[in-house]
Ligand binder design. Sequence first.
Ligand code: NAD
Ligand code: ZN
Length: 349
Amino acid sequence: MRALRLLEWKTEPALVEIQRPTAGPGEVVIRVGGAGACRSDLTVMRDYDSDRRPWRLPFTLGHETAGWVAEIGEGVRSFEVDQPVVVYAPWGCGRCPSCSLGLETYCQHKDRTAAPGGGAGLGRDGGMAEFMRVPDAERHLVALPAGLEPRRAAPLADAGLTAYHAVARSWDKLRPGSVAVVIGVGGLGHLAIQILKATTATTVVAVDLEATAVELATRVGADHALPGGPRVAELVRDLAGPRGAEVVLDFVGSQDSLDLARSLVGPLSDLTIVGLARGTVPVGFPTIDYEVSVQTSYWGSSRELVEVVDLAARGLIDVETCEYSLEDAAQAYVDLAQGRVRGRAVVIP
Ligand code: NAD
Ligand code: ZN
C-alpha cells in the first residue's frame, strides 16, 4: 500500500510503498477514509530531531485519522468490520494513573515519559496511508455515528479535540456576559469558535491575519471577526469593555500573537497558549494584569474525543475541509505552510 512517510528528520515526507499492516491481538486495522494535515506536522518534519524526540524513523505521518474497520485482531469485541471510526492518537500504556483517566497524552510509563507527544503519526505509523494499524483498539477507537463521514470526522481527532480541551479548561470563566477571543482561525481555531458557541454563552471574538480566515470565522458563528493589525487590540477592547476579555485562546503562539493576547486579557482571566510558534509571555507583577492564569494546553483525553464526536454528530460543530488525494499529500503540507489552506486539509487515500 502507499503511505506518506517521514524518512529522515528535517526533510519533506515521501510517498512510498510499504506492506499493508495486519491486526495482531487487541489491534484493529482501519481502511483510512481521511487523514488531517496539522500545522504541528510541519514542526515534526522541519524542527524535530533525534535529540528532541527519541522516535524511530521512518514512520507514516497523520495523527488525525478516521476510516472504516477493515480487520479485527483477537480479543477486540467492541467493533465490527466496515464500522466507521475515528482514532484517539496519543498512545500510552493504558494502565498508569494518567492513562486510566483517558489522558494518554501524559502517560507515566517508564518507556513513555521520555517521549511526550508520541502516538499515531508521531513516532508510530499514522493515517496518511491506505490502511492503518491501531493498537489497543478498544481504547483508541471511537465509533462514528451514521451520517458522520470519516473524511469530515478525521480532523476531530486533533483540531477538534485540542480546541475542545482548551475551551473546557476555561468553562468556569465563560459565563453569559463574558468575552472569549480566538486568535488564529485555522484548523483548530475555526473549531474552537464553534465549540465555544455550542458549549457556552460567551461572546466570541475571532482574529486572523488572512481575510479568508476572517470570513470563515463569521461563517462558523463568531460574534465578531476582525483582521489582525495595529488597531485590533483597540477594537477588541471596544467590544469587551475596559475589563478586557475573560478568556484568550491563542492558536498561533508567536511573539506577535502572544503580545496581542497579553494586551487583551483582564483581571482574573485565562490566557491559553495552544499554538507552537515559540513565543513567550512574561508573568509576574506588574507585567500582566492581576490574577491572569497563563497556561499552555495540549491535545486532550479519550473521553473528550467522545464528547467532540457527540457535538459533531448532532451538527453543533462542522469541520471545513480542503481535500487532497494521497498523491497530493505532500502538496497539502506545502499549501498549509504557505497559508493557502482554509479550515483543515484532509488527505483522502
Ligand atoms: P493553521 O495553519 O490551520 O491555522 C493557523 C491560523 O493562524 C491561520 O489561519 C493563520 O492565518 C493564522 N495566523 C497566523 N499568524 C497569526 C497572527 N499573528 N495573528 C492572527 N492569526 C494568525 O494551523 P492549525 O493546524 O490550526 O494549528 C495552529 C497551531 O496550533 C499550530 O502552531 C500548531 O502546531 C498548534 N497545535 C497545537 C496543538 C496542541 O495540542 N497544543 C495541537 C495541534 C496543533
Ligand atoms: Zn500510561
